[in-house]
Write a protein that binds this ligand. Structure first.
Ligand code: ZN
Length: 255
């Protein structure tokens, strides 16, 4: 194998980067299967510390019947994610009425604990925040990739007479891509989280189809006026569903 500094290696990595960039972008609508294939595992739980290498993955939902009180703040730059309940057992028949925990019964840290310790470490050092990929449930079997966030804060708070964990995540300006060794690298990309209620409104208005051709495959939440040109993420009027083909052709025209 040639040394990493050679042109051959650089070129190959470049190709791979572009491929990953096309595979998944913030705002992409994907099926549950596609989400699992992107992460290389069958995603069963909401919090996944260091799922692949040192990247964590969380699943969120702000649908009316969602199990946890996740929130989007500051124009889509900040996500407040609620920790998860103790598992349902004989001793804990109703997890929703007991405090959330940071330890498993055996004494090891559970997912709350792993995220909590990492966020606490970042609060002390202000270095190397945990990077977290966030997926949001839009409908049954339909998910949106929201991008890569930094885990920057954590705390406990009272909620309905019990203690829950909260995690504060900040959207990065970068989108994550991987080289052949699954080392993370990044590309500058200005993005903003489209608030969940706006996504739902657009999804219903556009009937889950590309507004140009009616395709239901490879959909993406597109800013009609790009965020970088002053377009808003906060109003459905500036967001539309486009398939990958029409999203890419639009990009060519703007650049
Ligand atoms: Zn289309």
């Amino acid at each position: 194998m040639p040394p990493k500094s050679s042109g051959w290696w650089g070129k190959r990595r470049q190709t791979k980067q572009v491929w990953f960039w096309i595979m998944i972008n913030p705002g992409d609508v994907i099926s549950y299967i596609e989400m699992c294939s992107e992460e290389g595992v069958n995603l069963q739980r909401g919090m996944n510390y260091h799922l692949r290498g040192d990247i964590s993955v969380i699943l969120m939902s702000l649908r009316p019947n969602a199990p946890y009180a996740d929130k989007v703040e500051e124009d889509g730059k900040i996500l407040i994610y609620e920790g998860h309940d103790a598992p349902k057992t004989q001793d804990t028949p109703i997890p929703k009425i007991v405090d959330q925990l940071i330890y498993n019964p055996g004494g090891s840290l559970n997912q709350n604990g792993l995220f909590y310790k990492t966020a606490e470490r970042y609060k002390r050092s202000k270095q190397n925040p945990e990077l977290v990929k966030v997926y949001e449930k839009l409908h049954r079997g339909i998910w949106v990739y929201n991008g890569v966030f930094k885990l920057i804060d954590t705390w406990k708070e009272e909620s309905n007479d019990r203690k829950v964990f909260k995690f504060k995540l900040e959207l990065t300006e970068n989108t994550l891509i991987y080289d052949d060794n699954h080392q993370k690298e990044s590309v500058l990309e200005h993005n903003r989280l489209i608030p969940p209620q706006v996504k739902l409104e657009v999804w219903k208005r556009d009937k889950g189809k590309c507004v140009k051709c009616g395709s239901t495959n490879n959909l993406h939440f597109d800013h009609i006026i790009p965020f970088s040109k002053g377009g808003s993420s906060l109003v459905a009027d500036n967001i539309q569903l486009l398939c990958a083909r029409h999203n890419i052709s639009k990009g060519d025209r703007i650049e």
